[in-house]
Design a protein. Structure first.
Lengths: 210, 237
């Protein structure tokens, strides 16, 4: 299932928390050979994880991490403005554009990987529509360009730098109900269930005893 | 609404004093037909402040009792950055219920909608509107106006940053590249002869740069000019 947790809420769920940061170390350090910090416990964390970001996480039936991404508003401190403004060619500071970073999958998903990737993008789309945002911005490599296209939600490329394997892009995604339904289908999740997961995290109206 | 919204945002962007910004906050009531509006800096590089339309009675009571320490609306803004309906928060404690009851009695309203704002230097602010309405009406209000209010909150914050920073430091100053180099080397503790040598200029010319930057920064002496340039972020070490 999809779950939406701010860092302080994720910290309460030890199993999910630990498996996510371990999976991130595996994906970004081991597999993609990015220059990221891995701490003594084997967690890949950066300074933005300390700013209480919002995570969208696919939780496996055993309660561990299946995949995740991290969301932060571009009006505040964020990676696209502090590390990649040279790629985009400008700073993006917009209350209705949030950045999505650290898109990560657990190493042992097997043939579920495509479905869970779609679910994480569905989560991004739910956040956009649910919070009344205009767009998402993200930084990604050539490998992800193909994945985004295959899953039915290709970004608009804003800028690029580097060449070959080191090439990176900054791109923008638009939110729409059409995209939401397409991603839900690719994720094998009904749009109603997806809405329910989102509502559960961000709350409807609570009854207050007088 | 779009034209009106744009015109309103232009007004916020042009606000030259905190007072004119406050007038914009007050106008939110008329434009959106709500009881109250508040822009509140909650974590800031200087003293925090609030521009609120609440009654003096509420203001005094809230500040005097330090209710911001227990107010779920404020506490939530430190940890979250998505817009929230006040009724989605946890009020179900003795203090929470009393706060809500008092807010209703003193005219704040039984409903509210808040927009946490994270700024580029890590500062935090909060923009909220409050009103008297049933849940259904309020839900409709949120659907209709959330997008516009989110944008307005952002521009309130941008204006507040601009106004408060310029009030703290005086008018904006632009230094020439040579003046910046000179002040940076002075800040590093180099003496004038070494700096002149470094920049391949005469000591006489160097004195000219120091003097011109001192005047631009309205500083009394060289040390003051260096510290003022650093405080404004014009030079860094």
């Amino acid at each position: 299932m999809l779950t939406y947790l701010y860092a302080d809420q994720l910290a309460q769920q030890t199993k999910l928390h630990n498996s996510m940061f371990t999976d991130r170390a595996w994906q970004f350090r081991q597999r993609l050979k990015w220059d990221v910090d891995v701490d003594a416990t084997g967690f890949e964390r950066d300074e933005y994880d300390d700013m209480n970001p919002l995570y969208a996480i696919w939780r496996k039936p055993d309660g561990t991490h299946g995949g995740s991404m991290r969301a932060m508003p571009t009006s505040g401190r964020c990676m696209v403005n502090e590390h990649f403004s040279n790629v985009a060619g400008r700073k993006i500071s917009d209350p209705k554009i949030w950045e999505s970073t650290r898109f990560c999958l657990s190493p042992d998903l097997g043939e579920q990987a495509g479905r869970i990737s779609a679910a994480l993008m569905l989560a991004g789309c739910e956040i956009g529509i649910g919070m009344g945002l205009d767009r998402a911005v993200g930084v990604f490599d050539p490998r992800m360009v193909r994945i985004y296209r295959r899953l039915g939600w290709p970004p608009e490329i804003l800028g690029t730098t580097g060449a070959g394997r080191d090439k990176i892009y900054v791109g923008l995604w638009d939110f729409s109900q059409t995209v939401r339904h397409r991603l839900a289908q690719n994720a094998g999740v009904s749009p109603q269930i997806s809405t329910l997961w989102f509502e559960r995290a961000f709350g409807g109206v609570k009854t207050i005893a007088a | 609404m779009d034209q009106d919204l744009l015109a309103f945002i232009h007004r916020v962007e042009r606000a030259e004093t905190i007072e004119t910004l406050f007038d914009c906050v007050k106008d939110i009531r008329r434009i959106f037909g709500v009881n109250h509006a508040i822009y509140h800096s909650i974590q800031w590089h200087g003293e925090t402040f609030a521009l609120a339309t609440y009654s003096a009675e509420w203001h005094e009571y809230y500040g005097g009792e330090q209710l911001y320490l227990i107010d779920p609306v404020v506490i939530n803004a430190f940890k979250r950055f998505h817009p929230y309906n006040w009724k989605s928060l946890d009020w179900d404690t003795r203090k929470g219920r009393k706060l809500l009851q008092d807010a209703i009695t003193m005219g704040v309203g039984n409903q509210g909608l808040s927009f946490p704002i994270r700024g580029p230097n890590g500062e935090l602010a909060l923009f909220s509107v409050s009103h008297n309405a049933d849940d259904e009406t309020w839900q409709k209000f949120i659907e209709d106006h959330r997008a516009d209010l989110m944008l307005i909150g952002y521009f309130f914050h941008k204006a507040a940053r601009r106004l408060v920073i310029s009030r703290d430091l005086g008018d904006p100053v632009a230094l020439s590249p040579r003046e910046m180099e000179t002040l940076t080397l002075l800040a590093l503790g180099l003496n004038r002869a070494t700096i002149a040598q470094n920049l391949q200029i005469s000591e006489h010319t160097l004195r000219g740069y120091i003097e011109s930057s001192r005047i631009k920064l309205s500083a009394n002496n060289t040390t003051h000019a260096v510290s003022s340039a650093m405080a404004r972020g014009l030079i860094s070490l």
